[in-house]
Design a protein around this ligand. Sequence first.
Ligand SMILES: [Zn+2]
Length: 344
Amino acid sequence: MRATVLYGAGDVRIENVPDARLIESTDALVTVSRACICGSDLWPYKLMKPGEPPRRMGHEAIGVVEAVGSGVRTLKVGDVVVMPFAYSDGTCAFCHEGLHTSCVHGGFFGTVELPGAQAEALRIPLADGTLFALPVGADDALMASLLTLSDVMGTGHHAARAAKVARGKTAAVIGDGAVGLCGVIAARRLGAERITILARHPDRIALAKEFGATDVVSERGESAIERVRELTGGFGVHSVLECVGTEEAMRTAIGIARAGGAIGRVGVPHYEVIPASEPAFYNNLTISGGPAPVRAYIQELLPDVLEGRIEPGRVFDRVIGLDQVPDGYRAMNQREAIKVMVKP
Ligand SMILES: [Zn+2]
């Protein structure tokens, strides 16, 4: 079968690899109907160091169950399933608390340890706990939005929850990638009255406004902080969704949070130490967030997708086949595309 392999910075290839197959009795084998390229894939695409082992990329997919191991109880061949970016047993203490990304038996797709979803098929460990069977056919018109439940919509929702977005309050979203845009959807869904998006790209700003952003700040750094404070009577916003993961983004987040406010960070941090600890302290800020337990959120978000109340699938602005995946990485890295869907 064909799959995506990252060999080094900027070096991503489609290759023939051994077919995915069942290994453990709790595995399922899934044929990939749709996958995507994620903003977080761009970190190793940009920064992978010489000598690091190759990685089979991809951690978001919808597919069809082709086979299940003898220990799989809740899934059957032919089920259309969405795959969260992390696998989990669904039974441990953390899974019961809704924190599937900390599952004691879990892990992540698209790593050196576990091949990813930008491929024709993949093996799903702990299939009962990991996969979510969808009440749709494989060609359902809602497929793009359902696919975002794999990662970006659940991650935007996690940012909003961690940032304590609440009805009638103010929110700001740092990051105009797919997660930031889904963060706007999530903030609106949870009732934020004003939602400021920090963004520069006109297409992304337009989409953010359609998703519910009420204000746009295109400045950066100190000027962005000043501008958000101007918009909020000098106070800042109650909730900040930090969807980038750089030190500058976190510094901005702390700078625009209102006293007593909260920051939900979901961008994979590429800094050692959280900056601006003094203002964070004196303003009594909560800094929360991490890898989103998207498995826990599918149940909550699915009805809104099925009934068309949210349309996170609009973040996809390019659809490609597996052979075009290297160009898809290039396009996302150069910000030509917001989010690329892959149809293997
Ligand atoms: Zn678990």
